[in-house]
Design a protein around this ligand. Structure first.
Ligand SMILES: Nc1ncnc2c1ncn2[C@@H]1O[C@H](COP(=O)(O)OP(=O)(O)OP(=O)(O)O)[C@@H](O)[C@H]1O
Length: 226
C-alpha cells in the first residue's frame, strides 16, 4: 500500500540553512497494517507523514501509495489524492469551535457530489466509530480535550479513507482518553484500514494489533521491529 524508496527530505535546499530531515528512507507498509513511527522530537516523524500525505514533496526518492506515485503529484492532484485516500489526525484538532460536532464532521463532504442521505449516513457512521455520537449537537467549544479529539477523528473518517495518518495523537490527552483513542484505532485496524502513528507515547508499546514499529533517529530508520 505504502512504499518509500530511498527518500530524502532536505529543508531549505541549496541555502546555508539546508537541513537533511530524512535520509535514505526505505519502508514498505502492506494494506491493513498498523505501523508505529517512534523517535525523539526532531527525528523526522512528522516530515515522513507529511510526505506520505503529499502535503510536501521529497527532495529525492520515490513514494507510492496504493500503486499511485505521489512523490511528484502537482498540488491539485495532491489535494484530490488526500480527499480520496488519506485521513489525518493531529495533536491539534483544527476544529471549527463555534459549530456543532455534526457540522464539523460533515464539513469535508459539503462540496462532494454525494447526496444528502449518503452524507448523513456517513456522518452518523463516523461519529459512532469515534464514540462521539452522544455529543452530535453540542458546540465544539464546550467539549473536553478527549471529546474534541474524537470529533476530529470522526471528521478524518467521514470520507472513508483507506490510509489513516496520526501525528502524536495522544500528546494532549490524559491516560483514560489515550486508551480510548487506542481502542478506536484498534477498531479501524479491524476494519482493514492501513494506519501509521507517529508517537513517543509508551502506551503504544506492545499493542497486539501493531504490525511494525519503526524507530527513527536523526532522519534515519535505525531499527525495525516486525
Ligand atoms: N519547514 C521546515 N524547515 C526547516 N526545518 C524543518 C522544517 N520542518 C521540520 N524541520 C526540521 O526537520 C527535523 C525533523 O522535524 P520533524 O517535525 O519531522 O520531527 P518529529 O520527529 O516529527 O518531531 P516532533 O515529535 O517534535 O514533531 C527537525 O530538526 C526540524 O527542526
Amino acid at each position: 500500500m505504502v512504499i518509500l524508496e530511498n527518500v530524502y527530505k532536505i529543508y531549505n535546499e541549496g541555502t546555508p540553512q539546508a537541513f537533511e530531515a530524512l535520509k535514505s528512507i526505505d519502508l514498505k507498509i502492506a494494506e491493513g497494517e498498523t505501523v508505529i513511527l517512534n523517535g525523539v522530537s526532531g527525528s523526522g516523524k512528522s516530515t515522513l507523514l507529511s510526505l506520505i500525505a503529499a502535503l510536501d514533496k521529497p527532495s529525492s526518492g520515490k513514494i507510492t501509495v496504493g500503486g499511485e506515485l505521489i512523490s511528484k503529484l502537482p498540488d491539485l492532484h495532491a489535494s484530490a489524492y488526500r480527499a480520496k485516500t488519506i485521513g489525518v489526525i493531529f495533536q491539534h484538532f483544527n476544529l471549527l469551535e463555534a459549530l456543532s460536532v455534526e457540522e464539523n464532521v460533515m464539513a469535508p463532504l459539503i462540496n462532494s457530489r454525494l447526496d444528502m442521505a449518503t452524507i448523513e449516513r456517513r456522518v452518523m457512521k463516523s461519529m459512532a466509530l469515534a464514540a462521539i455520537s452522544h455529543k452530535r449537537e453540542g458546540e465544539v467549544k464546550a467539549l473536553s480535550g478527549g471529546e474534541k479529539q474524537r470529533c476530529a477523528i470522526a471528521r478524518a473518517l467521514v470520507h472513508e479513507p483507506q490510509l489513516i495518518l496520526c501525528d502524536e495523537p495522544t500528546a494532549n490527552l490524559d491516560r483514560a482518553n489515550s486508551l480510548k483513542f487506542i481502542e478506536i484505532l484498534q477498531s479501524l485496524y479491524e476494519m482493514g484500514k492501513t494506519i501509521i502513528v507517529a508517537t513517543h507515547d509508551p502506551l503504544f508499546e506492545g499493542l497486539s494489533f501493531v504490525n511494525k514499529v519503526i524507530h527513527m533517529e536523526d532522519g534515519k530508520i535505525v531499527k525495525r521491529e516486525e
